[in-house]
Write a protein that binds this ligand. Structure first.
Ligand code: GRG
Length: 302
């Protein structure tokens, strides 16, 4: 476990990376004064509403862990945050989770209406792939960039996040088998977190062994992140989370604590994060920030 000093270091590193990611997002989103104004303002409203920027961090740290540069991973980092934001905008719609608050602000459809929120999500997803396809944005070889596109598309689509969201909606009010819940979590939340690490590794030129380390870390961190999210929905404050808490129970959602119990949820999150730290130990010094990031996920309150 890193000491208080290395935790402070991680906070500083994350703040610095966050500023770079936000500047890159700003540069890759159409300006707010570009017609049609409403769609571009809605896209920016949701992207810049806050958020931890966890997926960009994973891509940047994954790339640096295998010897790549921040510039190598920045297109993937930007694309991943655009896709993640689109998923939140659509998830909050009345047809899905019907939430009024996200990232501490009224949700996109509350401000811009449902039609524009749907279109803002669509446009963020599309722009993500525009960023990945931009040849001038990076020195990463074209073959690697194609692998990154495939990696992220697979994770975001019906075999990954969209598939997990479909399972989630269909499971409302149902009692899920433990194995089905694990599949749902792996797809809905885990797939994009895993892809963030792998996209970073691909951008950084990782060999097979290093990719295996990042993949093992990403899979464990992804499930632990979702378990902690489920626990925070029970125990967290809505002020810290920036959205309503207690909504899983209200909506009879299949969650990890509901299926396995709260104590098992806490224990399993801790075990998975310990395994995640172990998975990147072979990367040596390169993996130190990823080890600290696992602590961040364990301690997070939002
Ligand atoms: C609508 C296609 C589609 C997918 C939605 C990710 C998702 C699928 C829904 C979000 C619902 C949810 C609360 C999932 C739990 C885990 C999760 C993804 C939390 C939000 O991610 P954070 O905590 O958010 O990284 P910030 O705001 O910090 O970026």
């Amino acid at each position: 476990m890193p000491d208080a000093g290395s935790r402070r270091d991680l906070a500083e590193i994350m703040a610095e990376r966050r500023a770079l990611v936000d500047a890159a997002l700003d540069g890759r989103l159409p300006p707010a004064d570009e017609p049609p104004l409403t769609i571009h303002q809605a896209m920016r409203y949701s992207v810049f509403a806050g958020g931890k920027r966890l997926r960009p961090m994973l891509a940047l740290f994954g790339c640096e862990a295998v010897g790549g540069t921040l510039e190598d991973a920045m297109p993937a980092a930007v694309a991943l945050e655009m896709i993640h934001t689109y998923s939140l905008v659509h998830d909050d719609l009345p047809a899905m989770d019907d939430d009024d608050f996200r990232r501490g602000r009224p949700t996109c459809h509350k401000v811009y209406g449902e039609a524009v929120a749907i279109l803002a999500g669509d446009a963020l997803l599309t722009q993500a792939f525009r960023v990945l396809a931009d040849p001038i944005a990076t020195g990463v070889p074209a073959a690697r960039r194609l692998q990154i596109v495939a990696e992220i598309a697979t994770a975001a689509g019906s075999l990954g996040m969209v598939g997990g969201q479909t399972m989630d909606i269909q499971a409302e009010g149902e009692t899920l088998e433990p194995a089905t819940l694990l599949t749902l979590h792996a797809k809905k939340t885990g797939a994009l977190l895993r892809a963030s690490l792998r996209a970073g590794g691909l951008a950084g030129g990782a060999d097979d062994a290093a990719m295996a380390c990042l993949t093992g870390y990403g899979e464990r961190l992804g499930l632990a992140f979702q378990i902690v999210d489920d626990i925070l929905d029970i125990e967290g404050s809505s002020a810290e989370m920036g959205k309503a808490t207690g909504s899983d129970a209200r909506k009879h959602k299949a969650t990890y604590p509901a299926v396995f119990g709260l104590e098992a949820a806490r224990r399993d999150a801790a075990r998975l994060l310990a395994e995640a730290r172990e998975a990147v130990r072979p990367l040596g010094d390169g993996g130190v920030v990823l080890v600290a990031l696992a602590d961040f996920v364990e301690r997070r309150r939002s």
